[in-house]
Design a protein around this ligand. Structure first.
Ligand code: DGL
Length: 277
């Protein structure tokens, strides 16, 4: 069994981390042999791109990943927002997991008490309406406000090297601006972008009581048949741009995410068609 995780940058590592650091994993199952993590740094950030551009990028990435994995986790909400049956049909031998799809399912099953939800996401995810549409189907009773946070991905990617605490301090003003846009009395905020858990400290500081929901937890439940073993599963991390940049980012995340340590063992550059490396 081989599985891949895909994101524009390091955000998807928060999804990989939730998978690697899963205390509920079935220890009696056979561990997976290989994990491929693709950071599409050549196209970072996805959030300001059009649906057409994003579709092309996703197709190119899936094309590249299909010989390396039986299953691909879109550890990226912006890509999950454009995943459709037409894309899936082009990769009949790959099972593709979408984050928003997993979250909508999970919410209907496990969070029946929630009434009002704020989804924080990239501009592209917000514009796609994917969260609102999918949640309307799984939880028609839910009130949802979608708030785009276009500053956050560049802020995170550019300032990781400062360390987690300085990043939270730096983000505070921007987080305040977003909080001011919230119009409903939300029971919970959703990290509608996989980079945003890296700002958890700043968000918690300003909204200490609100429940924070991470779709990474939802996808982890869908991946329960896959088991990670620190000794038997090999992780290769690829950058569609310069691999040295990815190495530095992984080093910065070392103290924040357990998986960053494993990801540093093998870091390579990926030649992906269409990527302007
Ligand atoms: N981390 C991604 C997401 O979950 C994409 C962020 C970006 O490149 O704008 O949407």
């Amino acid at each position: 069994m081989k599985i891949a995780f895909l994101d524009s940058g390091v955000g998807g590592l928060t999804v990989l981390n939730s998978f690697v650091d899963d205390s509920k994993k079935a220890f009696d199952s056979e561990p997976i042999s290989e994990i491929t993590y693709l950071a599409d740094l050549a196209n970072l950030p996805y959030g300001g791109k059009s649906q057409e551009e994003l579709k092309l990028i996703l197709l190119n990435n899936l094309q590249w990943l299909q010989s390396r994995a039986d299953s691909v986790v879109l550890a990226c909400n912006t890509s999950s927002a454009i995943l459709d049956s037409e894309i899936e049909r082009q990769f009949p031998n790959v099972k593709i997991y979408g984050l928003i799809q997993a979250f909508a399912k999970d919410l209907a099953l496990n969070h029946k008490n929630l009434k009002k939800l704020v989804v924080l996401s990239t501009r592209a995810t917000h514009n796609s309406g994917a969260y609102i549409n999918m949640l309307k189907q799984s939880r028609p009773d839910l009130e949802v406000q979608s708030v785009p946070c276009p500053e956050w991905v560049p802020l995170i990617e550019d300032n990781l090297s400062k360390g987690y605490e300085p990043l939270q301090e730096l983000a505070e003003e921007s987080v305040k601006k977003i909080i001011n846009q919230i119009e409903i009395e939300a029971d919970a905020l959703v990290f509608g972008c996989t980079h945003y858990p890296l700002l958890k400290g700043a968000i918690k500081k300003l909204l200490p009581k609100v429940l924070l929901l991470d779709p990474a937890d939802s996808i982890r439940k869908e991946l329960s048949e896959f088991v990670f073993s620190p000794t038997q599963t090999s992780i290769t991390t690829y950058s569609s741009s310069n691999e040295e940049v990815l190495k530095d980012k992984l080093k910065s995340l070392d103290k924040i995410l357990l998986c960053a340590k494993y990801c540093q063992n093998k870091v390579k550059a990926a030649q992906i068609i269409g990527a302007k490396a």
